[in-house]
Design a protein around this ligand. Structure first.
Ligand SMILES: *[C@@H]1O[C@H](CO)[C@@H](O)[C@H](O)[C@H]1NC(C)=O
Length: 261
């Protein structure tokens, strides 16, 4: 009973409202106005469609770009670690007589790698190392330019040296090695190779060292390096101002000691 009364009351209200609305509509409706409204709504529809098309194409292009960036084989980003043993040369020499193998502590190095096979470039990032006093760094190996550049991220200085192909694996092989490390089919128990570099002078025109090294060293103090064959001059080493970068781009880990006179 109550419900019914309520409904009828509502119905009455609606009726009154309709009457009011009808009264509001002018009797002589302008045809031009209606046409204009239609045109406007059509224009608005076109705008919507165009906007939607734009957004869709943006999504497609962006998706393709992201896909290429993250998933294509050529530009895959690796994050890999390698365990290695730091050989103590003196200890090994004395051990050779007895033929015994003293266990040395195994260390671990991790790095981020991008291998650009088409460009012949390897891009390496060494985060702040957990288990050693070496510096974080960004490294570029450019096989077309036959150059290597180290950016020491602690000192914010760049160092350039001719690429040593017996240390740095070519991009294709290196990518294969990293694939195997990631897949777990190759569990590297690696070893350490030490090399010492001397700063021989400043590079003034970084823009002539190719796109990738320019990208790395632009706006930073950049120096030329020269390999030094005497690694065992420990006293000499202490007299110099040296810092090291640990990295790998082969089956072994390399400790690059960079010294300034
Ligand atoms: C390249 O590195 C290897 C191993 O460290 C070294 O024996 C060789 O002298 C280097 N070659 C050049 C050209 O520096």
């Amino acid at each position: 009973m109550v419900k019914l009364a309520f409904n009828s009351a509502l119905g009455q209200k609606d009726l009154k409202k309709e009457e009011k609305d009808e009264a509001l509509i002018p009797q002589d409706v302008d045809v031009e106005d209606i046409l204009r409204v239609r045109q406007q709504s059509r224009a608005w529809c076109w705008c919507m469609c165009l906007g939607l098309a734009l957004i869709l194409s943006g999504v497609v292009v962006g998706g393709a770009y992201l896909y290429r960036y993250y998933f294509t084989e050529e530009e895959k980003m690796y994050f890999c670690g390698v365990n290695y043993r730091e050989e103590n040369y003196r200890m090994r020499d004395s051990q050779e007589d007895t033929g015994m193998d003293l266990p040395t502590a195994s260390k671990r190095i991790e790095e981020r790698v991008r291998v650009l096979k088409d460009e012949g470039v390897e891009l390496i990032n060494i985060p702040v190392p957990k288990f050693s006093d070496s510096d974080p760094a960004d490294i570029v190996h450019d096989f077309n330019r036959k150059l290597t550049a180290y950016l020491d991220l602690r000192l914010n200085k760049c160092y350039v040296i001719p690429l040593n192909t017996s240390v740095v694996m070519p991009p294709k092989s290196f990518a294969e090695l990293l694939d195997n490390i990631e897949a777990g089919t190759y569990l590297p128990q690696s070893y350490l190779v030490r090399e010492q570099m001397m700063v021989t002078g400043k590079v003034e025109h970084v823009d002539q060292l190719g796109y990738f090294i320019y990208g790395l060293c632009r706006g930073k103090d950049t120096y030329k390096l020269e390999r030094r064959e005497t690694v065992f001059g420990i006293q000499k080493r202490e007299a110099l101002n040296c810092h090291k970068i640990l990295h790998f781009e082969n089956k072994f880990v390399v400790e690059t000691l960079i010294c300034e006179p």
